[in-house]
Design a protein around this ligand. Structure first.
Ligand code: SAH
Length: 500
């Protein structure tokens, strides 16, 4: 996953002086701690129901559009407030029982109570709303052609939208009243919402079963050997995280033990127990992180057993993935997304293509199969090392990678006379740098393919490209993260005067 933090921004953090604010809040049509009947009119970008009471907006976690619900006001601001869901008076036809027993405590998924079909419809609508409101772009009506505006296709979802993740990163803690031991035991799971207390978890329904198994095995093995969990508060203890990675196409398994220090007591026994209980394991690594930080990985990784990488394939291309490599977490949908990007690029084998924000070169190599030459740029040096290694692994010579900010490297390429026919961008949530958009406009490729994990910055950037002489033809949302609020999409733009 590229990022998974989304924070509500804007005026909410601005506080007016206490007395004045108190007076203003008293004038609101709702009061704190009071109960109301709310009409839910929408779903916010964190999956919360957007409710109305006497014309006032209340965000209600767990409520769905079209529902009438009983709520209790928890917190008020001038323009909106937060309320707790007490009961459902009229339920949405799209409401389903969340299958996961820890759904309400975990927070990792936000949409399990909404049917999968409705999730896909909501994700498409979110893209449409952003294009219209932020991008001020004309979107074609459903079923209408591109002559009336941008065609936003129905979201491509998964036929089996569970157990799709290939990577688990699970914090380890110590529970004084832990399972199976009077003195307590290790727990592996998730942070209770709003705290750093770790709650034990046996299964995560969006995680591949193999990863659940690995986490359970490491927890039990470490517990049986008396290996201590790291404690964030004291900075003592050893085992911080277990990271498990599974190659869906190769069946290869990597286990990474993230530790607060070099030496692991009973290290060889621990490795032996893991190998015994996880027969398919290919790589067991240790990553050392002694810093006081929320960042999972430290700088140094050592191999305890096996290889330092696992292999996996996307389409016909093989990738070596090391402990810290960025690799898309939903392999089934990654292929759907990349095929769409390739399809939009409409390559014939003659083209020069730039892949901006290329990571470990996954999209670059995908494109290189059908292009004359692909240039990839990425800011993280290790990712570029991986990208070069992956090009070599696949015997692909028509790719060239460079480390640096896309907004600096691509203008330099322009100076060198590189003239792309197609530019693909896949930026992080904040979208493309303004200088990069300017360079794209100056380079005038025939097509721009924009892969986006954030519809609002996508809409903002499409506006700039449209103003600079491009037309957005179509947008394809792809569901990379079922049951979460993340929305991925890929957009095709063509230069005005060329055929869409
Ligand atoms: N296309 C890749 C990775 C996309 S994630 C894939 O599908 O796997 C976005 C990437 O942009 C990350 O790898 C991040 O390190 C990189 N990045 C962030 N800011 C950048 C910048 N200014 N210039 C180039 N790359 C950047």
């Amino acid at each position: 996953m590229k990022t998974n933090k989304s924070k509500r921004r804007g005026g909410a953090s601005r506080q007016s002086p206490g007395a004045a604010q108190g007076a203003e809040l008293r004038d609101l049509p709702v009061a704190k701690n009071e109960e109301y009947l709310a009409d839910i009119v929408g779903l916010g970008h964190d999956g919360e129901g957007v409710g109305r009471v006497n014309g006032f907006t209340l965000f209600v976690q767990g409520a769905l559009p079209g529902e009438k619900v009983r709520v209790k006001v928890l917190k008020l601001k001038k323009q909106y407030g937060y309320a707790k869901l007490l009961g459902i008076v009229e339920a949405s036809p799209d409401r389903v029982d969340a299958p996961c027993p820890i759904y309400s405590q975990c927070g990792g998924c936000q949409l399990q109570h909404l049917s999968y079909d409705a999730q896909l419809r909501w994700k498409r609508q979110l893209v449409v709303d952003n294009l219209e409101r932020i991008g001020k772009l004309q979107v074609a009506g459903e079923g209408e052609g591109e002559s009336t505006g941008i065609v936003v296709h129905p979201t491509l979802g998964m036929s089996e939208p569970w157990r799709y993740r290939n990577k688990a990163q699970v914090p380890i803690g110590y529970n004084p009243a832990g399972p199976g031991s009077e003195e307590g035991g290790l727990v592996a799971g998730f942070y209770a919402q709003g705290s750093h207390r770790i709650i034990d978890m046996d299964a995560c329904l969006i995680q591949h079963e193999q990863n659940d198994d690995v986490v359970r095995v490491v927890k039990q093995a470490a517990d049986s050997l008396g290996i201590r969990a790291y404690n964030e508060e004291t900075g003592r203890g050893l085992l911080r995280h277990v990271v498990a990675r599974y190659g869906f196409h190769t069946g290869e398994i990597m286990v990474v033990l993230v530790t607060n220090g070099e030496s692991i007591p009973h290290r060889d026994e621990l490795v032996g127990l893991i190998r015994e209980a996880v027969p398919g394991v290919t790589s067991i690594c240790q990553n050392i992180n002694t810093r006081t930080t929320n960042v999972i990985f430290g700088d140094r990784t050592v191999v305890l057993w096996g290889r330092d990488v696992i292999y996996d394939t996307i389409g016909d291309i093989r990738f070596a993935i090391s402990a810290r490599s960025f690799y898309q977490v939903n392999p089934v949908q990654t292929e759907v997304l990349y095929r769409k990007a390739l399809d939009f690029a409409a390559l014939t084998g003659e083209e020069t293509v730039i892949d901006a924000y290329c990571g470990i070169g996954t999209i670059s190599l995908f494109l290189a199969q059908q292009a004359r030459k692909v240039y990839g740029v990425e800011i993280v040096a290790e990712a570029i090392d991986d990208a070069r290694a992956n090009a070599q692994l696949n015997g692909m010579r028509n790719v060239q990678f460079e480390t640096g900010p896309a907004e600096v490297v691509i203008p330099a390429w322009r100076q060198q006379g590189i003239a792309p026919d197609v530019i693909v961008v896949d930026p992080p949530r904040k979208g493309c740098d303004a200088a990069l958009l300017e360079t794209i406009l100056a380079m005038q490729p025939e097509r721009v393919v924009y892969v986006s994990c954030n519809p609002s910055t996508l809409a903002r950037d499409l506006r700039v490209l449209e103003d600079g002489g491009y037309r957005t033809v179509e947008v394809q949302p792809v569901d990379m993260f079922p049951h979460t609020v993340h929305v991925e999409s890929v957009a095709l733009l063509v230069r005005n005067g060329t055929e869409g």
